[in-house]
Design a protein around this ligand. Sequence first.
Ligand SMILES: *Cc1c(COP(=O)(O)O)cnc(C)c1O
Length: 423
Amino acid sequence: MTPNDPSGFNTRGGRLYAENVALADIAAAHGTPCFVYSKAALIAAYTGFDTAFAAHPHLVCYAVKANPNLAILNLFARLGGGFDIVSGGELARVIAAGGDPHKVVFSGVGKKAQEIRDALSAGILCFNVESPSELERIDQIAAEMGKVAPVSLRVNPDVDAKTHPYIATGLKESKFGVAHGDALALYRRARTLKHLRIDGIDCHIGSQLTETAPFSAAVERVMSLVEQLGADGIALTHIDVGGGLGIQYKTEEHPCRVDEYAAAILAGVKGRTEKLVFEPGRFLVGNAGVLLTRVEYLKRTADRNFAVVDAAMNDLMRPALYDAWHDVLPVDTAHAATGTLEPWDVVGPVCESGDFLARGRKLALKEGDLLAIRSAGAYGMSMSSNYNTRPRAAEVMVDGARMHVIRQRENVAALFAGEAILP
Ligand SMILES: *Cc1c(COP(=O)(O)O)cnc(C)c1O
């Protein structure tokens, strides 16, 4: 990490900082485990993405599920962003954070009737429809409410995103979207439904994509449909190319840059005037956050060295779920530079062998040390759970020299407040 690391984290005088606040000071004030976000890094990621598409009319709809904290939603709303939601709960968050419902697209294969009603009442921009049954249901609910629902069909372009199978969504065997070959017939059906207005087309092929080729292939497939629709008299107002742009987790990896991604997309829509809609999640928040944790115990066994920390798989599930790799940085970089390096498995207190945050990392550790697990801004807090009755971590956003608690650490009593024993 250089002093000018765009992620908003830097090293000064042997200590790790988030902007102008020492991570050790955040741990002292708010305890660990704690997610720490840099406001400057969030803004830089958003504006970097937004300006890459300056040449074409567009709307950036942040994928709320990557990190739904109200402070983050509010920040993107202030920057002019819209939102991609996948539940009624996320719509409620967007509204509570001051987001504009007219800039909301609603994705997901299982929209319930009440969620559709709430989205119609709020006046969202568009429903990304994922099946014939959903199309009929939206039309029927809109009819009951005396409204016209704006719709896009989520097309499954059947391209290999070359990412982890759990986060690849654009192959024909996936549960998402409608098959490319079925889309035209379903658009024709939509045209006959009086309470629907066909607005766009949508696709999302997966997450943590590191090459431009799958994006280009998906856009090409979608554009071939846009042309067929045009020939059929179905004009669209927007083309939604989804999210999925990957971030750098490892220094030696070089995922495609946002300008390369933009060039690939813009080449695919050359000459078209429809507005582009994007649904980036990870790219906007992933590298803007770290998970701050403290070493409780160092445990040496015949086979391995374990650093038992106070964060666990319930706080950051990605290593356990996807075997994901997160960089681990000592917060006291001065000691780390002089101590003896040994390989450590960084593990949590949860009763599962899958409960690890990192394995075999060369670190100079002592008990009580603070560690920063990098690139934890996306799919960290949002996938966290209370497994092992562990209260969820606090969240802090740093803005220059100030730190703001944007979510209090949960307290244990609240975890079972809704439970009851038999009379
Ligand atoms: C998860 C998701 C996104 C965001 O994906 P990222 O990889 O975080 O950019 C966008 N659109 C849909 C439909 C999603 O399910």
